[in-house]
Design a protein around this ligand. Structure first.
Ligand SMILES: Nc1ncnc2c1ncn2[C@@H]1O[C@H](COP(=O)(O)OP(=O)(O)OP(=O)(O)O)[C@@H](O)[C@H]1O
Length: 500
């Protein structure tokens, strides 16, 4: 489609008038790559979830979604200076340089500010519709968006607003429509913080998972303060993740705070949780009673190739958390139930920060472990140093991930009352000693009995790697556990860590 065509009801005068054609093309080429445009959309005041879905649909017709996004934004009165400031906000300096000749010189110092964040400089670029704005289009004063590109002085006063910055707002009504009024038949899961519903955004047909955060039972002033703080922490974490996208991190699409209970909207993961897939379990929530009998035998067991790809993908997601920022983010609740699988079986780590203390994690390094004031985790996956002394380092996630690997290898649960050795690490260690005594292969004892037989030497080697890396990850002394970077390497290369 050419620029002069009319797009989805946008009249021609709304086409992007503020950029030279060549500059626009270069910007679109860069932002279209790997869907980078999706990472800036939440920072564009006036852009709603339905706009983003519209751009995605546009992309599915082999058209530039960035061009569409900029057209919509331009139609709301935003101009080149706003775009330049948006790139500054999202730290896309290459794009700032590309378009710097098209904005007033006085804003060029924003580039220096990004390279040297210690310097405080905030040129005031009025949003469209304000008195001093160069264009006189409709104002955005009724906009539900947190409008992150505006001066942050007002938003920093409201912690909730700061937390949700960078995530798209969606109306409660839209979520009611999407989930058939939060119908019981749409429930796909329940967790400690609320119920998860499958939903379909009617305007676009896109599938989402909507987490409705439960209100606590404590209605006292203290209770509601705790409640608000818990939500604030969740949203702060989610905002961080919305800004730093990764293929193996569950993307959050949107939030709604104006209804009776807060809701978070995520990408829908068609294959459910890794826990369900290992156990070949069709969650009761996922099927209607009519269809239930069809699934009595459960879902098809994961192949060894799938197990390998899932292990590596999930490990990369955790490694990303540990390494993308100056200080590591500790997930704190790594478990098979929190690794979700999309329709291509790509794993995505979910359930972030719902019980974590951001300040504690911000300082947590291996050299200087911190004492967690508040972390939940799930007991069977919690490292011994955390249980006894509340020591919080990235090795906490390594320990939990070690158990995940042992589950993928053995098909056993992390903890089981019906097993003589209840903890999975102890169960595997016991069998390792047994295998050594009996001179048998550990993999033959531990192999998941539901899984297809090992097809070749590579699969045999991979199963051994899974078990050994799992055991090394779940080693009791945290200093001897490998890092997530080493785990990814071992899994990719089929090598086994040596613990001295
Ligand atoms: N994006 C999603 N797509 C598909 N299913 C999901 C999605 N998010 C969650 N679920 C399903 O909902 C279940 C509950 O998720 P939730 O994150 O609320 O709880 P949990 O992780 O099981 O428990 P807790 O929060 O107490 O640790 C998951 O186990 C999964 O089956």
């Amino acid at each position: 489609m050419e620029d002069s065509d009319t797009v989805d009801g946008l009249p021609e005068e709304n086409m992007i008038s503020f950029l030279r054609r060549e500059t626009l093309q270069l910007i679109c080429d860069i932002l279209d790559t790997d869907n980078t445009w999706e990472t800036i959309a939440p920072y564009m005041p006036g852009i709603q979830m339905r706009d983003v879905d519209g751009c995605r649909r546009f992309a599915s017709y082999n058209q530039s979604p960035t061009k569409m996004l900029l057209r919509i934004w331009c139609s709301k009165g935003y101009n080149a200076t706003h775009l330049y400031q948006l790139f500054a906000k999202t730290k896309l300096i290459r794009l700032m340089r590309l378009m710097r000749s098209e904005v007033d010189e006085k804003y060029h110092c924003l580039e220096t500010k990004i390279l040297n964040p210690a310097r405080r400089f905030r040129p005031n670029i009025p949003p469209p519709g304000s008195q001093s704005a160069s264009r006189s289009k409709k104002t955005e004063t009724n906009e539900a968006s947190p409008a992150p590109t505006q001066s942050s002085s007002s938003s920093t006063n409201d912690p909730l607003r700061v937390a949700i910055e960078g995530t798209l707002p969606v109306t409660y009504l839209e979520l009611l429509e999407a989930t058939n009024g939060f119908a019981a038949s749409n429930v796909i899961g329940k967790g400690g913080y609320g119920t998860v519903y499958k939903g379909e955004i009617k305007t676009t047909g896109g599938m989402v998972a909507v987490k409705r955060i439960l209100a606590g039972n404590d209605s006292s002033a203290h209770g509601s303060k705790v409640e608000k703080e818990r939500l604030r922490q969740s949203l702060t974490e989610l905002r961080t993740l919305a800004r730093f996208r990764h293929d193996n991190i569950l993307p959050i699409y949107a939030y709604s705070l104006e209804g009776p209970e807060p809701c978070l909207v995520y990408q829908f993961m068609a294959n459910g949780s890794l826990e369900d897939r290992i156990l070949c379990r069709v969650s009761d929530y996922r099927i209607t009673t009519v269809k239930k009998y069809l699934f009595q035998k459960g879902t098809t067991p994961l192949t060894w190739i799938q197990r390998k790809e899932i292990s590596i993908g999930a490990a990369r997601g955790i490694l990303f958390l540990h390494s993308f920022a100056k200080t590591p983010i500790i997930h704190g609740d790594v478990k098979t139930a929190n690794i979700l699988l999309d329709k291509h079986m790509e794993p995505k780590l979910g359930d972030f920060g719902l019980s974590r203390d951001g300040q504690v994690e911000a300082e947590a390094t291996e050299k200087c472990p911190l004492i967690a004031s508040h972390i939940k985790g799930t007991l069977a996956y919690l490292a011994p140093e955390f249980i006894t002394s509340k020591i919080l380092t990235t090795k906490l996630d390594v320990y939990s991930y070690g158990i995940v690997l042992l589950e993928i290898a053995s098909g056993q649960r992390a903890y089981s009352d019906s097993r003589e050795t209840r903890g999975l690490v102890e169960y595997c260690q016991f069998n390792k000693e047994l295998a050594a005594r009996q001179n048998t292969r550990l993999r033959e004892i531990l192999i998941d009995k539901r899984a297809p037989p090992l097809a070749n030497e590579a699969e045999e080697l991979f199963l051994e790697t899974l078990i050994e890396v799992g055991l090394a990850g779940a080693y009791s002394d945290r200093r001897l556990r490998p890092s997530m970077a080493q785990i990814v390497e071992h899994l990719c290369k089929n090598t086994i860590p040596v613990i001295e």
